[in-house]
Design a protein around this ligand. Structure first.
Ligand code: ACO
Length: 445
């Protein structure tokens, strides 16, 4: 019996709804009936285990590859309404945060749950600012990579390496250590990212400038040359800050669940965040903005769009930057980024790929294939254009995502550590192999 069949109301015994938060289940294999409590719109998968055909039966499991319909935690950090295309952090809509806040304040909000008072924000920004430097050995570590190493690979390794510099971070129940790890991670991520970028160019690494604000310091570490003091363009710094707010958290996405899953072993947060960086590296997640730019390059001119879309519809490739597991409407972050594209191009000059992107979006949104599947632009569709305008190579795009997502990862990690219901993550499987069978010695195979 499929799930769809079991929930069709006309197939029930016709009993009137009685308003109880209970799921009544009949196991047709045994004729036994069960009542499973419904809490917050969910049943507990563990309650299915009482459904057995015999005493030695393990009990019923739920099978959910890729967690399409499984809540793995309770979280008060981020809310997404995929159908309406809404995103809130700690209850505050993302567009309000982009308009009135800045990235470091949003990071505070994610981690502590409330907007900071002035003294709290000042202390937070101060603590982050004075932890932007990394140990000189980390610099040497970056130097050890090949000249053309992918910057996400370098970031992944250096974030993991931080755990060896701060061994006390493994005291994960110690609030002071946790605070320091959070500060260090948010403070050092831009430094590691900029070092990786300069390494690829064969340029000397630029040390942090703690007179500058968070995005300004990042621009300085990336682009400073012989000038004594780098002066970041406020319009670029603002656009970067907004992009970082937009990427700060997105509830239980692939990289965040990687951080939670790895962190559930009680490993230190640097190692858990390194797992998040690894997950983000993939082209279906944070690597999508890099893939969007490569796709726009291949399309070359707006004349080639119809042919490209035909190829997508035939299943030869995907329209990168389109579609989302949760959003079945326009990703609100894509809408906000689109607004900032023009501000950046005012400084950097217009990127001709924007015309291709705008036309591609328009045609896809009019096309039955995309309409039927509710495929809309996601956050990555336009972010790559801004990064390219900042003269960043596509390999750096995912790194630009990892910098702000660090605050979300740390907020989610802390929530996980404090959640008394969480245990080491350990999914079940449905075994499809054979056995038992005897080992065959080499000469008999
Ligand atoms: N282009 C063409 N078709 C698509 C696309 C796309 N970008 N995305 C989904 N589809 C189609 C699928 O082929 C499938 O069609 P079918 O029903 O005929 O088989 C249907 O839409 C549903 O797609 P799924 O793959 O089941 O959706 P899922 O939720 O698993 O995937 C994902 C979501 C991975 C984001 C997907 O839409 C995708 O690959 N998009 C392109 C990559 C991308 O932009 N990733 C960034 C996501 S946002 C982020 O990580 C920050």
């Amino acid at each position: 019996m499929t799930t769809e069949q079991t929930i069709k109301p006309e197939q029930s015994d016709g009993a009137a709804p009685n308003g109880r938060d209970v799921l009544s289940v009949t196991d047709e294999r045994t004729g036994r009936q069960y009542e499973l409590p419904i809490e917050d719109g969910a049943i507990r998968a563990a309650h299915l285990r009482q459904i057995k055909v015999s005493d030695d039966d393990f009990g019923l499991m739920s099978y959910d590859p890729a967690f399409l319909n499984t809540a793995s935690c309770r979280s008060a950090i981020t809310w997404i309404d995929g159908d309406k295309g809404e995103l809130w952090h700690r209850g505050i809509p993302i567009d309000q945060l982009c308009e009135h806040s800045n990235y470091l304040e949003v990071a505070y909000l994610l981690i502590f749950g409330e907007l900071p008072k002035k003294e709290q924000l000042d202390a937070w920004v101060h603590d982050i600012t004075i932890h932007t430097f990394v140990h000189e050995n980390i610099k040497k570590f970056v130097e050890g990579f090949r000249y053309d190493a992918h910057p996400m690979g370098m970031l992944l390794a250096t974030v993991g390496a931080l755990s060896t510099f701060y061994p006390d971070a493994k005291k994960i129940k110690d609030q002071g250590e946790r605070y320091m790890a959070t500060i260090r991670m948010i403070a050092k991520m831009p430094t590691l990212a900029a070092f990786a970028y300069r390494h690829n160019l064969g340029l000397p690494y630029v040390y942090p400038d703690n007179d500058l604000h968070y995005p300004g310091n990042f621009l300085s570490m990336m682009f400073k040359m012989t000038e004594l003091k780098y002066e970041p363009d406020p319009r670029l710094a603002k656009a970067l800050d907004v992009l970082w707010i937009l990427h700060a958290d997105h509830e239980q996405n692939c990289s965040t669940s990687a951080v939670r899953s790895v962190g559930s072993s009680d490993v230190d947060p640097y190692s858990a965040v390194a797992a998040g960086v690894a997950a983000l590296y993939g082209p279906l997640h944070g690597g999508a903005n890099e893939a969007v730019l490569k796709m726009l390059d291949r399309i070359e001119t707006t004349d080639n769009i119809p042919g490209f879309l035909e190829g997508v519809k035939e299943g030869n490739e995907r329209l990168m930057g389109f579609g989302h597991r949760v959003y079945k409407n326009y990703d609100p972050r894509a809408r906000i980024i689109k607004k900032h594209v023009d501000a950046v191009f005012e400084v950097t000059g217009r990127n001709p790929k924007l015309d291709i992107a705008v036309e591609l979006e328009k045609r896809a949104l009019e096309d039955d294939y995309f309409v039927k599947r509710k495929l809309y632009p996601n956050v990555d569709f336009y972010s790559g254009l801004i990064y390219e305008a900042l003269q960043l190579p596509p390999e750096m795009f995912t790194v630009m995502f990892a910098i702000p997502r660090t605050s979300g990862w740390m907020a989610q990690w802390q929530e996980m550590v404090d959640d008394p219901e969480q245990k080491i993550a350990r999914p079940r499987q449905i075994y499809t192999g054979g056995g038992p069978r005897d080992y065959v010695p080499m000469d008999k195979r």
